[in-house]
Design a protein around this ligand. Structure first.
Ligand code: 2AM
Ligand code: CA
Length: 260
């Protein structure tokens, strides 16, 4: 199957997984704690993961998978590696807050090739193929050209790492004085996509895993944005966690967030 056909299959699988999320039986949620009472998984995270892996394996036999809820992580640098977050924003999902997403990234030998982030409640499908621009529901998107003063700033609280709370809230306090307002939405993948399509000027979080950002990072870069860590270095895909800053070059510079 050629790569465009595989992408078609990914789209189909993601859209159909979206229906699992929107039609989830809320009264029958089985919530398990992973590392803490803030780090949760439900039977729907696992079901979406299973469906996505089955569909992609059929379209591209031999593909490797690095998926949040799977104990066994494949080779992230394989010729065809899929980095998946079946539900990004699980805490929102559990509390019926909306604002959660399916994130699927296709990396080839460590380089991004295709990324999809789908918000099934808002029916917004963000995607990008390397070198071909970024799209929201098939319409091209671009990063904001506003100043920080006229922008909303998004941030994540890295809730599984409470030792990072001081760093996070010090940064929020500083940036709050320089921007229009701040928001904490709860899905890193969607936050980065909101920056990619110009709704927000900046997003940061003190630590993220690859499945939280792998697809959205490509969407952001294809929309003209910068994706760096809090030291200003470009983020190379890795199983290691990393801090993340997403925005336009100008807004990142105005925010003084790098090496604050
Ligand atoms: P999840 O919903 O898939 O668990 C919330 O701050 C956002 O960051 C969500 O996208 C959440 O993903 C992710 N996240 C939260 N805390 C994290 C941590 N300590 N490490 C990695 N990802 C985290
Ligand atoms: Ca998740």
């Amino acid at each position: 199957m050629n790569s465009d056909k595989v992408i078609e299959e990914i789209r189909r699988a993601v859209l159909s997984a979206g229906e699992i999320i929107t039609s989830a039986a809320r009264t029958e949620l089985k919530i398990d704690e992973k590392t803490s009472s803030r780090d949760l998984v439900t039977q729907y995270d696992k079901l979406v993961q299973e469906k996505l892996i089955a569909a992609i394996s059929e379209a591209l036999p031999g593909a490797q998978f690095v998926s949040e809820e799977s104990a066994e992580k494949g080779d992230i640098y394989a010729e065809n590696a899929f980095i998946i977050d079946p539900i990004d924003g699980t805490t929102n999902f559990i509390h019926s807050m909306g604002n959660c997403a399916i994130s699927v990234a296709w990396y080839k030998s460590g380089e991004p090739f295709y990324g999809a982030v789908y918000d099934p409640n808002a029916k917004e499908f963000f995607e990008a193929k390397s070198g071909e621009g970024a799209f929201l529901n098939s319409e091209p998107i671009h990063i904001s050209n506003q100043t920080l003063e006229n922008s909303i700033v998004l941030f994540g609280t890295a809730p599984y790492n409470p030792e990072l709370a001081d760093l996070t809230f010090d940064l929020v306090r500083k940036i709050f004085g320089k921007c229009q307002d701040v928001r904490r939405m709860g899905s890193a993948a969607l936050d980065i996509c909101h920056v990619a399509c110009g709704r927000a000027g900046l997003y940061f979080e003190a630590t993220l895993s690859p499945w939280d950002y792998a697809a959205a990072a490509l969407i952001l870069k294809e929309s003209g944005g910068e994706f760096v860590n809090l030291s200003g270095h470009e983020i190379k895909l890795s199983l290691e966690k990393t801090s993340v800053v997403a925005g336009s070059k100008n807004i990142i510079s105005e925010s003084s967030i790098i090496n604050h």
